[in-house]
Design a protein around this ligand. Structure first.
Ligand code: ZN
Length: 146
């Protein structure tokens, strides 16, 4: 499955201190009718909750980092799950010693300051559905040369 999408517009803005990072980005996508897109952000958090997918157990394990951290990078995409825009994002966080932590961005990550960019794409909907080999909600698989 390879799609060609067209860049439509880009939203840029800042989140508020105390916002739930993933929930606010999701609300933003829903509020602007974004069905397909790309997200990037940087800034800092007061508390982080990141996931790691245990492939054998087929479930996420979550790590809580209850301290201030820089958002070194957040990269994500927007597609549809159960008919609603869903953001899948991974985040890299840095501490006061220059060490990095990272994982799958989960609800419960609290913003200190955050500047985001959301590229909105036009194209056929990308819909997530259960993928049996991985246990994850994924996009359709690539078939043949397409
Ligand atoms: Zn992930």
């Amino acid at each position: 499955m390879v799609r060609t999408v067209e860049a439509a517009e880009t939203l840029m803005g800042r989140l508020r201190r105390g916002d739930d990072l993933l929930e606010e980005l999701t609300a933003l996508a829903k509020g602007h009718g974004v069905r397909l897109g790309r997200v990037a952000a940087l800034g800092a958090v007061e508390h982080a909750r990141i996931g790691y997918y245990d492939q054998a157990a087929r479930e996420y394990r979550f790590v809580e980092l209850d301290r201030e951290l820089e958002i070194l990078a957040l990269v994500g995409n927007v597609s549809l799950r159960d008919g609603e825009p869903m953001i899948h994002a991974h985040i890299t966080l840095g501490d006061d010693q220059g060490r990095a932590f990272g994982g799958h961005l989960a609800p419960g990550t609290r913003v200190f300051a955050c500047e985001f960019t959301m590229d909105v794409f036009r194209g056929e909907d990308l819909v997530r559905s259960h993928d049996e080999p991985t246990g994850l909600p994924l996009w359709p698989e690539t078939g043949g040369p397409g």
